[in-house]
Design a protein around this ligand. Sequence first.
Ligand SMILES: Cc1cc2nc3c(=O)[nH]c(=O)nc-3n(C[C@H](O)[C@H](O)[C@H](O)COP(=O)(O)OP(=O)(O)OC[C@H]3O[C@@H](n4cnc5c(N)ncnc54)[C@H](O)[C@@H]3O)c2cc1C
Length: 465
Amino acid sequence: MAEGGHYDIVILGGGSGGYACALRAAEFGKRVALIEKDKVGGTCLHRGCIPTKALLHAAEVADSSRESEKFGVRTSFEGIEMPAVLSYQQGVVERLWKGLQSTLASRKIDMIYGDGKLASPTSVAVNGATYTGDHVVLATGSAPRSLPGLTVDGVRVITSDDALRLDRVPSSAIILGGGVIGVEFASVWRSFGAEVTIVEMAPQLLPLEEEASAKVLQRAFRRRGIGFELGTPFQSVSYTDSGVQVTLGNGKQLAAELLLVAVGRGPVSADLGYEENGVTMTRGWVDVDQLCRTSVPTISAVGDLINTPQLAHVGFAEGIGVAERLGGLDVRPIDYDGVPRITYSDPEVASVGISSAQAAARGINVVEVNYPLGGNGKSVILQTQGQAKVIAEAPATPGGQPGRVLGIHLVGARVGELIAEAQLIYNWDAEPDDVAALIHPHPTQSEIIGEAHLALAGKPLHFHA
Ligand SMILES: Cc1cc2nc3c(=O)[nH]c(=O)nc-3n(C[C@H](O)[C@H](O)[C@H](O)COP(=O)(O)OP(=O)(O)OC[C@H]3O[C@@H](n4cnc5c(N)ncnc54)[C@H](O)[C@@H]3O)c2cc1C
């Protein structure tokens, strides 16, 4: 392990944002120190994206074995052996973690393990040593948040960190928060056999998603027996002999074995020397400009620590952008509307661009089409329901072609994989007519993208008006 020293770039925090910055900076020949107090890979690899998606995959296998008779295949579902699920999940994480460590080593990045603190605009103190850099990148990420008066005990009232370590399937769970994390855990636990109720203050699940997508998800969840209370604030929780009792703002009471608090994540920025060294912050988030520059010229910040969408690929993009800027490249600001978003529940919800409500709020005239998955051969084979909604600028002249595609919103099994094409359409400013000319392979779910654009371009194929 290095003992202090000078680097081109010192990065505090080895999660998605920090390590992506380190990897790209090394490609410019920069000497990089990456400081991490726990495990490189951060939330995404150890407590987020990867372990949750492993659980969701196990959930899909459980559902497939339960429902196999539908396809004429006789199996019997015997139950969930949680320690074995956790060992599969941990195996996936360990393998990726090893791979990441060897990639960082191969780029000659110095890993420094310890609790770091910004000591000056150009240095970080760790384990009694000081690491100075021409530039410092803050990437200390985020941690689960709770509500005022709601104490997380890690046993009956838990966060996603605790939920990922749970060595049993709860018989019942109340999930506070119907955002991505809440919806994904509801999906997993229901597939594993739990009774689940989501409590969400907004009028829809996935409040940041297109309303039409949320409605389809809610219908699907209702069919799966997942309960939800929408537009209802949480009021209090008390312990019972067998678990918890939650009281809602409307007086309703719900009882379950445990309460998962999934009300969002806050920045990890307290007591890290940021403000003392002139870094301005708003409610704990580090303030940055469009190129992730903080108020201190020698300091940048990336990932969940800044108030941009809390996604690993946003952290990657910001980290890479900072490395390229410091490497002398002309970097363009990120269009955050163009970042693809996926909720990996059953069914999946995926989107890029803006929703109908956002278009209306921005005063943009749009045309829209909803293509149901019922008209798509592969989706019928998979027995999944859902839709593809595409939003484009209204034609400039009556009878003309629609303009730029502004939003693509998908719901259904496996649609997350389709959002990569959707993001190319959005980010390359394609118009429906451009996409309509592209041939999609049959029978695939990707045809829903082609069909929706054919319909918007005025030449629908398999589409009932
Ligand atoms: C349950 C869950 C599921 C998720 N699923 C997805 C998903 O499917 N797709 C997706 O894109 N995103 C997902 N996310 C979000 C994603 O994990 C985050 O957006 C991403 O990890 C942010 O990266 P980051 O580098 O900003 O922060 P982090 O990953 O949190 O990394 C910050 C790192 O800094 C370290 N650190 C903090 N303070 C110090 C210090 N003082 N000294 C040294 N090191 C320090 C921490 O130990 C940590 O390793 C999920 C998150 C959760 C919680």
